[in-house]
Design a protein around this ligand. Sequence first.
Ligand code: GAL
Length: 685
Amino acid sequence: MLKRSKSYTTNAKFMLHGGDYNPDQWLDRPDILIDDIELMKLSHSNTFSVGIFAWSALEPEEGKFTFEWLDEIFSNIHSIGGKVILATPSGARPAWMSQKYPEVLRVNGSRVKQLHGARHNHCFTSPVYREKTQIINRLLAERYGDHPALLMWHISNEYGGECHCDHCQNAFRGWLKEKYNHDLKSLNDAWWGPFWSHTFNDWSQIESPSPIGENAVHGLNLDWRRFVTDQTISFFENEIVPIKEITPDIPITTNFMADTFDLIPFQGLDYSKFAKHLDVISWDAYPAWHNDLESTADLAMKVGFINDLYRSLKQQPFLLMESTPSAVNWHEVNKAKRPGMHLLSSMQMLAHGSDSVLYFQWRKSRGSSEKFHGAVVDHDNSPENRVFKEVAKVGETLEKLSDVVGTNRTSDVGILYDWDSNWAINDAQGYGLKTKRYPQTLQQHYRTFWEQDIPVDVITKEQDFSSYKLLIVPMLYLMSEETIARLKDFVANGGRLVTTYISGIVNEHDLTYLGGWHKDLQEVFGIHPVETDTYYPNDKNYVTYKNQSYELKDYATVIDVHTATTEGVYVEDFYANTPAVTSHVYEQGKAYYIGGRLEDQFHRDFYRELIQELGLEPAFRVKHGKGVSVQVRQDQENDYIFIMNFTEEQQNVTLESSVTDLITGEELSGDLTLEKYEARIVVQR
Ligand code: GAL
């Protein structure tokens, strides 16, 4: 058995720079592969994710393996002191496999078996596909497990989607039997069976949700999504059996995703569960910089939010596995990153916890759908173009930031995001069908802290709450009894808890709580929300809070106050002058309820008081105007401070203590000017 002992943050203390490298597209061009070696050096790249979609190059015919080209790539990369993140190829498969074993093909919700083609379209349950992935993964681990260039495993690519084939239906029924202790009645109860005569009397009657079948049973929909996560993880676990056996010390990751415009978490899988199976979180970030709908700073805030979620999943540095050096090819408009934006956006990833800047892709494809996607090396094969130079500059910068590797962030503020609750609320036929916007609501609360450089962890419900002074739980529609109990404990022990409209409505089966709001929530908040009004897009109302008036859109909850203090009231409608914002001292802590969806200025003013009261501080204080963000990573001795100008104008900032510029070595204090899109990375020792 081959063994290595190395972790990307300990023995290999450098910022990873490079990305998806697909030499399998260039095997008939040895000249290009030779050029790559020089261009790798010139671009200051040191790490390459290899083999991601290379199955047909690795196994062109069933059982006939061709690793020689990959041996050469390993040697080329090693020859320049580079590292390999070795992928398993399961994200796309060779045609011979689909032809010979049609069971590997995915079946969609309408029960139509998909044809061979595209990618990310295999069945997660298929015994054949599981066996085939294990065979190739074993061979990869055996062949490269002790290669000194091997740094990490990249398992598959962007897991996602679902399969509804017979294998998956059976697996789903098995999963349900286990979940409901083989008791069909408890499943029928959880799914509110008698509604529309949806009571099952045999497990075999249960099928996955379908647009041409069952799609109105919310408990079923929710369980299906949970199953899809578990089945994807089970597929992943199957993939890594030989890898763990042969290379137990090589860290394992898989690349997560996020929505590109809203930067909201990927909705298809519960990453809070997946994270537990990974050594390193990595994700693919493609923000639409310079879009025409929002300011650069608004987009940067959202990038901050998603980074803080993915970092907080393991509370450790993560990897930026993919990004583009310039444009992508799949937005409606594929705009080039303006000069300076590539360095700035890369530094923002580091600022929130990434120990890498990796790209899709390293060399631009010549054909097929990604031939115009931004890449380090363009079709001109030249190191002289603007994009290549910007990449090289990022690489040079990263070489000066190796001290930042492995450092983390601490925070007194937690904002809670929950995949289950997001699925359930999106399924709810009620409220505004287009205005739920749960993750965007979290971003709205996050914004105030981002604007003031106060670090935030975006956490999930299983994580420990006790280290936070302030826990913000907006729109947590689905709350299990267990979550309610943990929130109650948090406040009882002195925490400040903020929640909002549409929280605590259903339990973990998506069944509403009976008898009004949960009695523990009533006790903690000192109120009883009794009715939630939903607004048309042109409707609005106002809330008066501390003598200011704030605009309200979308939702207003009518509140019966028991023992809470009314802090704000609605201005109009049949609930005019009734409580809209409340606070309540409960044991050692305090709980706040915000009844309506209020404008940003409300959050700024509301949280300003809490920030002062709790003594929440930026990790390093810089005086600056709008659109500048200051984020800090720390170890026991040093603060690494990222000062970033997300505006199109020069910005003057004032440092409140002296620091050293990590790139230029200059000592800095007092006033500092940041050019458009400039980032300064400084250290306070
Ligand atoms: C990612 C994917 C890459 C590439 C890239 C293009 O989602 O993992 O393989 O397609 O998008 O932006």
